[in-house]
Design a protein around this ligand. Structure first.
Ligand code: HEM
Length: 466
């Protein structure tokens, strides 16, 4: 974290004339710029965090790949995501990877896609998936036994896919089967492996080959399901059991912008939803249980809350899950799955008197902002009760942004929050999960050096039946 002297140097983001401002500086604490590349390859998250500890706008050097910039103040996040969003486009690599899906398209195309999809992701609409979610959770945890040692990250990867395939594609995955689809979903993240992230797109690294094969497998499955659902899909969200059927129904009834619902677009949309929805949810669940296991007092209150429910959690009882909700909120603050948001500048921009030139990559440090002592007391502490009072309304509107912000805020956030609450409650009623892994000297869990936050593979939890 920055010293008090540094804090004074942080203006919090006043726009100045871009022409004569000096370039954002390299951080003084990260060694010579020619070594940045090595740090970045090894530990992208730790490196960006270290750099942003010195000031709210920094430049990192990536050898032959030029520079990449980091910004770490909520004012800056707000400018990038909301007030000056025209000056920051999505990065080219996402577009190449995910084609015409909602996550990647821009401008009018994005607006038209979002208009079609948004009504299907409102809080009310996603509530229809609640029973299906609980069913998927129960099906999987029925197999857990007292004394099992579980790699929760792997278990929740499977669970998140069970739920996504059932609710988005209308396809129930076999508990122990459908390995090709499951592995394909996991390999969608291989596009962003640090080892190939900085290489030109045409270089066929092994990770990129895996990514392309995975994308084709999921597109082929979407094709098969599209053919199966053709003719007579529902048009009423309440009557639809999955998102794809509903989109097909809307297309056939001609009630939505049909140009946004061609087979090609629907295929891209399905790949996008699987990519955007599964790793993020997995991480949220895994770190929530890690946090509970490491904070006995909170765990006790959580168990008391879910035990007070009348059987498995239902929609009507969601409002009673206060502790559970705050556990998720606080987990997403400390361990936001999307720890940094990437953009590219469309023009020269100035942050705190320092210029970032046009066509440069910028990372908005979400995890950094959410652990900033200027906005949170004891920011490194897992303390769900901090959300009990007025913190939310008093907080800078971009100091908590695990789902991003502005018009491109995560469309799946209500879905994800519902799934997280229901999953935590269903599991918490039946099991206690103890942490068998090792935290570091600061009490932090072992995380993988990936572009999204993940727990290191192979970390185990002990299952105790309650
Ligand atoms: C806890 C779980 C989740 C987290 C933390 C999360 C986080 C995010 C973030 C930070 C963004 C903004 C990206 C940007 O501005 O560059 C985003 C966008 C998006 N997310 Fe999520 N997400 C989660 C779950 C989901 C789920 C379950 C789905 C789908 C079922 C989903 C679908 C999407 C889509 C399609 C976008 C692009 C929206 C647009 O650009 O209009 N996400 N998500």
């Amino acid at each position: 974290m920055a010293s008090d002297a540094d804090q004074g140097a942080r203006s919090g983001g006043v726009t100045e004339s871009p022409t004569d401002a000096p370039l954002a500086p390299y951080p003084p604490n990260c060694g010579p710029p020619w070594l940045h590349f090595v740090h970045q390859m090894r530990e992208p998250l730790a490196f960006a965090e270290e750099a942003l500890a010195t000031r709210d706008v920094v430049r990192m050097n990536l050898l032959g790949n030029g520079d990449i910039y980091g910004v770490g103040h909520p004012d800056h996040a707000k400018r990038v995501l909301l007030t000056e969003r025209e000056q920051f486009r999505k990065t080219e690599d996402f577009r190449i990877a995910f084609g015409e899906g909602l996550l990647t398209v821009e401008g009018e195309e994005w607006q038209r896609q979002r208009d079609v999809l948004q009504p299907l992701f409102t809080r009310d609409s996603v509530m229809d998936y609640a029973d299906g979610m609980v069913e998927q959770v129960q099906r999987r945890i029925d197999r857990w036994r007292d004394g099992d040692r579980l790699d929760l990250q792997a278990e929740f990867t499977d669970l998140a896919l069970d739920v996504l395939f059932a609710t988005v594609l209308g396809r129930e995955l076999a508990l122990d089967g459908d390995r090709e689809l499951r592995e394909s979903a996991a390999h969608l993240h291989d596009w962003f492996k640090p080892t190939s992230y900085f290489l030109p797109e045409w270089v066929p690294t092994p990770a990129r080959r895996r990514f392309r094969a995975a994308k084709e497998t999921i597109r082929a499955e979407a094709d098969r399901l599209l053919a199966e659902k053709a003719g007579g899909g529902p048009t009423d969200p309440a009557a639809a059991e999955d998102l794809l059927s509903l989109l097909v129904g809307l297309r056939e009834a001609g009630v939505a912008d049909s140009a946004m619902l061609t087979d090609e677009r629907l295929r891209d949309q399905m790949v996008t939803m699987i990519f955007a929805g599964h790793d993020t949810t997995t991480t949220t669940l895994t770190f929530s249980f890690w946090a509970l296991a490491n904070n006995p007092e909170v765990r006790e209150r959580f168990h008391a809350e879910v035990d007070a429910l009348d059987g498995p959690p239902t929609l009507d009882e969601l409002a009673e899950l206060d502790v559970t909700e705050r556990v998720v909120t606080e987990t997403l603050r400390l361990y936001p799955p999307v720890h940094s948001l990437p953009r590219e500048t469309t023009t020269d921009v100035v942050f705190d008197g320092h210029r970032i030139p046009a066509d440069e990559r910028v990372l908005v440090g979400i995890r950094h902002v959410q652990r900033d002592p200027r906005f949170y007391d004891d920011p490194e502490q897992f303390r769900p009760s901090r959300w009990d009072g007025d913190l939310r309304s008093d907080l800078h509107d971009f100091a908590y942004a695990p789902f991003g912000g502005g018009p491109r805020i995560c469309i799946g956030r209500q879905f994800a929050l519902l799934e997280a609450k229901l999953t935590l409650a269903t599991i918490g009623q039946q099991y206690d999960l103890g942490w068998l892994g090792e935290n570091d000297a600061d009490g932090e869990p072992p995380v993988s050096p990936e572009m999204t936050l993940r727990m290191e593979p192979g970390q185990e939890f002990l299952v105790t039946e309650r």
